[in-house]
Structure formats: C-alpha cells, structure tokens
Design a protein around this ligand. Structure first.
Ligand code: COA
Length: 322
C-alpha cells in the first residue's frame, strides 16, 4: 500500500501591529503608490516586543492541531523553517516542542530562507513515506522586521512577520503528490543577511540586516520559478489545467503574476496575501495556504501548487492534493 502525506490541519498567526506604506514613508524616502505599484504590498504586520519565532509558531501550530482534532503529543516530528530563530540553539523546533508540552518525537530547524517551508514539506514527506514518522508538524515562522534595516528603502518596504503551520499525517489517499527542491549557492551577493557575531573577523563590522540587489533577484526569481513549474508538471504528469490553486511565496505581485501566466492560470486561482502581509519569508506559503483553506476557497480533493524562491538561491515546489 502506498503511504501518502495528507494535510489534516492548517494554522496561521499574524502579529497585531500593522505597519502601512504611509507609516514607512515617514521613515524613508518612498510613497504608498510606489510600493503598491512595484510590489503589490499595502501593509505588513510587525511582531510585538515579547514575540519570537517560537511564540508565533506555537499559535499557528495549536490552530493546526485543533483543526485536525489531535493532541500535541500525537506529533512524531516538528520541522520549523526560520531564518530568524531567537536562539542559535536550542532550535526553534525544540523551543516549540517544549511550548506544546511534547516529551516525545524529534524536532529540528531548517534554514533555506524564503523557500524554507517548501524544503520542510519535502523533508516531512520523505519521513512519512518511509514510515519513520506518522504525524509531522511543519511550521514557517519569521520575525523579518528584526533583520530589516529600517533606513534602507530597497528592503524595508518588502518584509513582514508571521507564522504558518501545516499538520501532515500518513494515510492511504493521495496527499503530497511530489516535491522538488534546489539550491545554487552562487548568488550570495545578491541577497544575504550577515551574522557578524560569528562571521570571519574581517566581516564582523557588517550590519546584521538583509542586503539585497532587488532588481537582479527579481529577474532570476521569475526565470527560476518558471522552470520549477515545468519540472513539477512534468514529474507529476499533470496538465496546467489540473492545478486548481497556486499558493506562491509572497515576494512581489509581479513575480507571482508571471508564474500564474506561465501556468495559464487567472489571478483568481492564486492565493494572494502579500497585500496586507508583505513578504514573511518562510512563513508566507503556509500563511497563504491556511487562508485559502479556512476561507473555503481550497476544497478537499483539489490540487494545489506551492512554490518558493529565496536567498542562496534556494527554490522549490510542492504539489498537493488537499
Ligand atoms: N521607494 C521609492 N523609490 C525606490 C524605492 C522605494 N522604496 N526603492 C528603490 N527605489 C528607486 C531606486 O533607487 C531606483 O532609483 P533610480 O532609478 O533613481 O536609481 C528606482 O527606484 C528603481 O529601482 P529598482 O531596484 O530597479 O526597482 P524595482 O522595480 O526592481 O523594484 C523591488 C524594487 C525591490 C520592489 C523589486 O526589485 C523586487 O521586488 N525584487 C525582488 C525582491 C524579492 O523578491 N526578494 C526576496 C526574494 S525571496
């Protein structure tokens, strides 16, 4: 019997504080109309002073457990994707495991920038299919606002905070149909965030903030996401018209529109959240998926294509029968 990884619960959390484009216009030389036109973003959420990747992850995870009607200790494995862990160690997954009161199973983080949750879904799927784990919690949780230079108008307009979660369980009907993950480490200079405390001595004076050559990232992202769409369709044997929903990483409406066009999909078949969330890095795909599931757009039996692109560069996709 084929073992599939099925989605049994989803969750999402956004901090209370809203930072609008007008708010940012008081901090740097920009405008609401420029930001909306170039990115599609109107506002983003900013974590409160006591919030962390693990505290936000806990809220999203508990929602997913509630939807699945499962207790926390049914979880065999926790995978947290984050580029903004509150500790170098323990991992955010271990901190989350403790918050959820779980004393069994295993938890670990993965770091693949904005592609983090797609990587985590791929890893979870391998462990479920192999029979090693029955129930796996995947969470993307990010406090991007703390690694953004709020005086750099090229980056501070883009990012936001939040957490998304999905609970997967082994089952006998199709769930995750395929995952595809890639990286090319040759693009460090286009998008990176220094960690000066542990960097080589010569780089310890770098500011610990996101540094990006946005225009160049944009071009590679559009081309790469086009290729991952082709790869996913070819591997699954599905046609463009078999995909019901595109759940993309939310970086820029123009990048998302190019991917939808490549798939022959209208923007009505795309779950878009960036307008009021910005780019929440590894949290964005699962936040969008949770929104689509909870508002009833994504229905049981439908086929969902998730895709993401991030620093590294990293990129990937997950094709899911919900
Ligand atoms: N407000 C006003 N003007 C701005 C601005 C801002 N917030 N940011 C940049 N500009 C200016 C630039 O200084 C430049 O001015 P110049 O022509 O006088 O030199 C001009 O706008 C064009 O800059 P450019 O960087 O070419 O703009 P763009 O159309 O590429 O848009 C991004 C910038 C960042 C919105 C866009 O490149 C982008 O979204 N890139 C992808 C980012 C991404 O996805 N990153 C994460 C991957 S996970």
């Amino acid at each position: 019997m084929t073992i599939w990884s099925q989605v049994i619960g989803t969750g999402g959390y956004l901090p209370e504080t809203v930072r609008t484009n007008d708010d940012i216009s008081t901090m740097v030389d920009t405008s609401d109309s420029w930001i909306q036109e170039r990115t599609g973003i109107k506002s983003r959420r900013i974590a409160g002073p006591d919030e962390t990747a693990s505290s936000m992850a806990e809220i999203a995870a508990r929602q997913a457990l509630e939807m699945a009607n499962l207790p926390a200790d049914a979880i065999d494995m926790i995978i947290v994707a984050t580029g903004t862990p509150e500790r170098v160690y323990p991992s955010t997954a271990c901190l989350l495991q403790e918050r959820l009161g779980i004393k069994r199973g295993v938890g670990f983080d993965i770091q693949a920038a904005c592609s983090g949750t797609v990587y985590a879904l791929s890893i979870a799927d391998q462990y479920i299919k192999s029979g090693f784990a029955k129930t796996v919690l995947v969470v993307g949780s990010e406090i991007c606002s703390r690694i953004v230079d709020w005086s750099d108008r090229g980056t501070c307009i883009l990012f936001g905070d939040g957490a998304g979660a999905v609970l997967l369980s082994a089952g006998d009907r199709p769930g995750i149909l395929s995952t595809h993950i890639h990286s090319d480490g040759g693009y460090e200079d286009l998008l990176y965030c220094p960690n000066p405390q542990v960097a080589a001595t010569a780089k310890q004076d770098e500011a610990p903030y996101i540094s990006m050559r946005g225009n160049e990232v944009f071009k590679v992202a559009v081309n790469t996401l086009g290729r991952i769409v082709d790869e996913t369709l070819e591997a699954s044997g599905l046609a463009q018209s078999d995909i019901d929903w595109l759940v993309p990483h939310q970086a820029n409406t123009r990048i998302i529109a190019a991917t939808a066009k490549k798939l022959g999909m209208s923007m009505d078949q795309v779950i878009l959240t960036l307008e009021n969330q910005g780019n929440t890095s590894s949290a964005s795909v699962l936040l969008a998926f949770n929104e689509g599931v909870r508002d009833g757009r994504i229905q049981r039996g439908q086929t969902v294509l998730m895709e993401a692109f991030g620093a590294g560069f990293t990129w990937g996709s997950a094709l899911i029968r919900y």
